[in-house]
Write a protein that binds this ligand. Structure first.
Ligand SMILES: Cc1ncc(COP(=O)(O)O)c(C=O)c1O
Length: 383
């Protein structure tokens, strides 16, 4: 079995769930840490002590904006602080016009929300074209090549698929899209926090993610990056007062969106989730995102080798540069398998007929071995 780093020994005690469970499900939700719990306490304390400290809470929102910017190598004014990835993508979609270029190219590995939002634009003139997966379960570059043309307004891709764990070659798709004058939106929800992300290096036009998973926050907070040169490209009609150029002007007589990426926000920011999100991201930065990526790849090598030994099927591409944290394993009855693991105190999840195992900085080689042992005992549930 491959060797695994000592990273978790530094930090595992900060996540009390590991006193009771083997938690390997960060593709759904990151584990609760002591610092995120304290952040919620701090929110309640500030509320209780100060009543309505909106100056402080607006400041906190700006800290979140700066933290997100640092995370993806952007400037704060290129970031919108939103309540979900869906809210961010909906805002973008609502502001695009499909008169000159009508086509939106959507990979077949997208999260449902993304496909649904683009199809919702059909009533506004968009034509949605899906890019199918190839025989190995990934979307080959040739399929993007065939789909993207001079009528393509936007290409919507997911960095790592929530269903298969496959990672798309972002730079190659971006190059194709840009050659043909199309913009690219990257859904980075399954990579944010689990590996370094650099919006400039990836050269994407838009990027969206949230804090729920590998960023160790909780529900209710997401962010959206818009390349500076494109601020004016979209005039969102899904909007609200926190997207206005002067939030506290309280003007009801016109629509004048912020000249920055803040135009993609809408209403009151999700203050409790912002406290938690900042704490989660700061913890991830303290732990180290590059170190986490390396550690998780080692755990994934161990997991893949173990599943091979059991004669199971790993659905996710096994090369390190073609997967993120999530590894999917085919099952004959995934609900039964997730339940059987749960009974042994091992928390995973399932999608389609795949068991999803998603390690993070806090997971150990022993976690993987416990899972493999449980899989051996329920070998009949592996396909
Ligand atoms: C890849 C991906 N995109 C989007 C989402 C959902 O985003 P939201 O609920 O913030 O709109 C998820 C969450 O499960 C996801 O895994």
């Amino acid at each position: 079995m491959p060797e695994v780093s000592s990273l978790p020994s530094r930090i595992r005690s900060r996540f009390p769930i590991f006193e009771r469970l083997v938690y390997i499900n960060s593709c759904s939700q990151g584990a609760l840490s002591d610092s995120v719990r304290s952040a919620y306490d701090a929110y309640l304390r500030d509320w209780d002590e100060k009543g309505a400290p909106w100056d402080l809470w607006v400041e906190r929102t700006e800290s979140a904006r700066a933290t997100f910017a640092g995370l993806v190598n952007a400037d704060p004014d290129e970031i919108a602080v939103t309540t979900s990835l869906s809210a961010a993508v909906s805002s973008l979609a609502s502001g695009l016009r499909f008169a000159r270029r009508s086509k939106v190219v959507v990979s077949d590995l997208e999260f449902p929300t993304v496909g649904q939002i683009w199809h919702a634009q059909e009533s506004r003139g968009a034509r949605v074209v899906h890019v199918p997966v190839g025989p190995d379960g990934t979307v080959p570059l040739e399929h993007f090549d065939a789909a993207i043309d001079d009528d393509t307004a936007l290409v919507s891709i997911t960095h790592v698929s929530y269903r298969t764990g496959a990672m798309v070659d972002v730079e190659a798709v971006v190059e194709l899209a840009h050659q043909r004058g199309a913009l690219v939106l990257l859904d980075a929800y399954q990579t944010a926090g689990s590996m370094p992300l650099d919006a400039k290096q990836l050269d994407v036009d838009f990027l969206a993610a949230g804090t729920l998973k590998y960023l160790l926050g909780s529900a209710g907070l997401a962010f959206f990056y818009c390349r500076r040169e494109l601020f004016e490209k979209a005039r969102p009609t899904a909007t609200g007062w926190f997207a206005d150029e002067d939030i506290f002007a309280m003007d009801i007589h016109d629509y004048s969106p912020s000249p920055t990426a803040r135009r993609f926000q809408s209403g009151t920011p999700p203050v409790p989730s912002i406290y938690a999100g900042i704490a989660g991201i700061e913890l991830m930065l303290e732990i180290g995102i590059p170190e986490t990526r390396e550690h998780v790849l080692e755990l994934n090598d161990r997991l893949i080798a173990g599943v091979d030994e059991l004669g199971g099927t790993v659905v996710t591409p096994r090369e390190r540069e073609r997967h993120g944290a999530l590894i999917c394993i085919r099952s004959t009855d995934v609900n039964a398998l997730v339940a059987a693991l749960d009974e042994r105190g091992i928390v995973t999840s399932g999608r389609d007929s795949n068991l999803r195992v998603s390690a993070h900085a806090y997971n150990t080689a022993e976690d993987i071995d416990a899972l493999l042992e449980a899989l051996r005992d329920r070998r009949e549930l592996l396909a």
